[in-house]
Design a protein around this ligand. Structure first.
Ligand SMILES: Cc1cc2nc3c(=O)[nH]c(=O)nc-3n(C[C@H](O)[C@H](O)[C@H](O)COP(=O)(O)OP(=O)(O)OC[C@H]3O[C@@H](n4cnc5c(N)ncnc54)[C@H](O)[C@@H]3O)c2cc1C
Length: 86
């Protein structure tokens, strides 16, 4: 058993979470199909790669999160528009 996507590594809404979730699913499926090794070992090796990748993106988005949840709503909305232009 393992966890993927937001269940494993919730990200702020700054353009990374869905991409990471899809990458997790694709990489796990590809790893299990390609083998070799026991499924448990393949899953544990996948988890190590997933944690490293998610940790990198958590650091990248951390600074953005601080601005997104600013106590000043106008600043937060301006930042959201900046990173997620419509
Ligand atoms: C405002 C906002 C903007 C975002 N913008 C972006 C963006 O631009 N780019 C980006 O990459 N990411 C973005 N994200 C993040 C992205 O939406 C998530 O990272 C992504 O949806 C995670 O996918 P997931 O499959 O892991 O989880 P989810 O999409 O949450 O899917 C989990 C599913 O499981 C279901 N579920 C829950 N419990 C149970 C249960 N007990 N039994 C059965 N089903 C259950 C839920 O109903 C849901 O359908 C944004 C998020 C927010 C909130």
């Amino acid at each position: 058993m393992t966890l993927l996507g937001d269940a494993a590594h919730l990200m702020p809404p700054l353009g990374a979470g869905a991409n990471l979730a899809m990458l997790d699913g694709a990489e796990l499926a590809e790893s299990l199909a390609a083998g070799p090794g026991e499924p448990d070992e393949i899953v544990r090796a996948f988890e190590e790669r997933m944690w490293a990748r998610a940790g990198t993106w958590a650091k990248i988005t951390e600074a953005g999160l601080e601005r997104l949840v600013s106590p000043d709503p106008a600043e937060a909305l301006a930042f959201f528009d900046e990173v997620q232009p419509s």
